[in-house]
Design a protein around this ligand. Structure first.
Ligand code: ZN
Length: 445
């Protein structure tokens, strides 16, 4: 059954049953255009108005989505449809799809409280696989209401991202990329009709029940640390476990913003048709020269992963040199994570480290001035906030290696057990580094 029949049926359902619908259903020309967007899509379901009505299922229609639900909560469905409509131009601009091509795109989605009703209404194909939360196929997606309004909307946008990629890119890559992108783009802010996809959200109360950073933390506590390229091998079946979504999201968040991988990551939609292992192998090949560094930074990233984290804040970067660099003196920018001083130590070597200067660890009113000793009214990872830390970057770091920070404060004499280069940073969550201003002057003898 072709798409014309689907939308004709949809139109009669809408007109006969759902009086609160205001939006007209798509015009004939648009239907044909939608079919042309991706002729390989399976045909849509045939909608039978009588059967749908008999099950108490109603619909809300927007520009890009008609949402059927047995929830009998029109306001909630309207809100979801409005968020979906707001997402379409953002998906379009992210994936570089011209606006004219977006216009005819219209999905028919199902928000399902009781799947038996949808089966009886002919809205649940017999070959639909089991899924815990949501599933997208061709013209449709099915989602179960989740705890909290945020998380249900997140799931809708997650399935919408899958659908958009399938329609416009011809695929969504291997499982880690497909699920990671859906999670990464669906993380959103929605307020008074305004939507921000791929939002940076540092307050977990704004994303109720999403919980991905917590899942990573629990995985680390249980000893499930993951190399970056281990994500690439996740099979589809791994996504029966919600923890896999957390890893895939973290992987995309990391690769998208890390300065060494951002450019290659941004090219990936071009290859989204390829769901084979070659997709990730090619990415890794492009990043070959920097791969070990990426793996090392990835471990620091997951170690401190929290809401609002940005991978570029944590990427190891060189310190700013000063005129006296040769004498072991340099400046440390307090708004960034680990910085490589270039100073080498041998195993067992002793160094005296001193820090001078004052910086602002919080801007705002009032700002918080801080010195290398840190502030003892607030702690991060068990040490005073803002305290100067040192770590050794081993010459040959092991995969899964996490840097071990050692507190310095304003002055300390230290014997280093392991050979490598000295890295410095201040003790603060990477989420809050960027508002810092000022530098510390550090001297190593
Ligand atoms: Zn998904």
């Amino acid at each position: 059954m072709g798409p014309n029949r689907l939308l004709c049926s949809a139109r009669s359902v809408v007109c006969l049953l759902v009086l609160f619908l205001a939006q007209p259903v798509l015009a004939q020309g648009d239907l044909e255009q939608m079919r042309r967007l991706n002729p390989r899509m399976p045909p849509p379901l045939e909608l039978d108005a009588k059967r749908i009505e008999a099950q108490g299922i109603t619909a809300v229609t927007g520009e890009h989505l008609t949402l059927y639900s047995d929830l009998r909560d029109e306001a909630r469905c309207r809100d979801l449809v409005a968020a979906f409509d707001a997402a379409v131009p953002q998906w379009g601009s992210f994936f570089g799809i011209p606006g004219g091509q977006l216009r005819p795109w219209h999905l028919v989605g199902f928000l399902v409280q009781d799947r038996e009703r949808f089966k009886a209404a002919g809205l649940w194909p017999e070959d639909l696989p089991e899924f815990p939360a949501g599933y997208n196929l061709g013209h449709h997606f099915w989602i179960f209401p989740q705890e909290g309004n945020y998380y249900t909307r997140h799931l809708l946008l997650h399935e919408g991202t899958h659908a958009f990629m399938q329609w416009y890119l011809g695929g969504s890559g291997p499982p880690w990329y497909s699920e990671g992108m859906a999670e990464w783009l669906a993380l959103h802010r929605w307020s008074e009709g305004s939507l921000e996809l791929k939002a940076r959200i540092a307050d977990r109360n704004q994303v109720d029940y999403w919980g991905r950073p917590k899942l990573i933390r629990k995985a680390l506590e249980a000893g499930r640390r993951m190399r970056l390229d281990e994500l690439f091998d996740f099979p589809n079946s791994a996504f029966r476990n919600v923890e896999s979504y957390a890893w895939a999201w973290a992987g995309c968040e990391f690769l998208a913003r890390h300065p060494l991988s951002a450019k290659s990551f941004a090219q990936l939609p071009k290859f989204a048709e390829d769901s084979s292992a070659a997709f990730s192998r090619d990415l890794k090949r492009k990043l070959k020269a920097d791969w070990d560094r990426l793996e090392l930074d990835w471990q620091q990233f997951v170690e401190e992963l929290d809401y609002g984290i940005l991978a570029d804040r944590l990427a190891i970067r060189p310190v700013e040199e000063t005129a006296q660099a040769a004498e072991g003196t340099f400046r440390l920018a307090t708004a960034w994570g680990w910085q490589d001083s270039g100073i080498e130590v041998a195993a067992g070597e002793e160094k005296q480290i001193e820090a001078r200067g004052r910086y602002m660890i919080r801007t705002g009113d009032p700002p918080w001035p801080c010195e290398a000793g840190g502030i003892t009214i607030e702690y991060y990872r068990g040490r005073p906030l803002g305290e100067l830390l040192v770590a050794v970057l081993p010459e040959d770091p092991k995969f899964n290696e996490v840097l071990v920070p050692l507190p310095i404060g304003t002055s300390r004499r230290l014997t280093f057990e392991r050979a490598g280069r000295l890295l410095f940073r201040i003790n603060e969550s990477p989420v809050w580094l960027e508002d810092n201003t000022g530098e510390l002057e550090i001297r190593v003898r």
